[in-house]
Design a protein around this ligand. Structure first.
Ligand code: HEC
Length: 143
């Protein structure tokens, strides 16, 4: 093989490698998302079915948990560091851009999940109101 061909091969494989890793940074597969969610969930949050039922019963019976508590438990792992392109806590510019589509859409996207954002931000025992309270806390501190 000539030097030129070897050089061309190396260039092509570098471009391919770079392309792959750049893509990985932006898009997580569903399995990766699940893995991330499980890794960042606070210890004890990945619970058995019975515990989820108990937690839901508590939140249904009692008053909704405060937005800051939910944020600190379920959201900050990604939104304090910008994991997978998450708009960051305190980054007014990033949130203003998101709010252009309307706050209801932003709420719905967070509840249902969108791209790297897992449904309910991994707070599976959160009611819609509790997810919204966490978003309001995030937005109030990102102006
Ligand atoms: C596993 C990481 C992760 C966790 C945990 C997480 N988020 Fe996100 N979030 C993201 C990413 C990534 C995006 C950007 C998604 C996109 O638009 O591509 C995002 C986007 C959002 C958005 C903007 C949605 C839109 O329409 O633009 C809101 C609101 C939000 N997250 C709220 C939350 C709340 C509240 C929690 C906790 C209950 C939470 N997130 C937990 C990663 C996460």
């Amino acid at each position: 093989m000539s030097h030129l061909r070897i050089f061309a091969l190396i260039t092509i494989s570098c471009a391919m490698l770079w392309g792959c890793s750049a893509k990985q940074n932006q898009e997580l597969t569903a399995a990766q998302e699940q893995a991330v969610a499980e890794r960042i969930a606070p210890a004890g949050h990945v619970v058995k079915a019975g515990q989820v039922v108990a937690a839901v019963a508590v939140s249904a019976g009692g008053s909704a948990r405060a937005g800051d508590a939910i944020y600190n438990r379920n959201c900050m792992a990604c939104h304090n560091s910008g994991v997978a392109g998450a708009p960051m806590f305190g980054d007014a510019g990033a949130w203003t851009a998101r709010l252009e589509k309307g706050i209801e859409t932003v709420y719905t996207n967070a509840i249902n999940g969108i791209n790297g954002m897992p449904a309910r931000g991994t707070c599976m025992d959160c009611s819609d109101e509790e997810v919204i309270a966490a978003i309001d806390y995030l937005l109030d501190n990102s102006k």
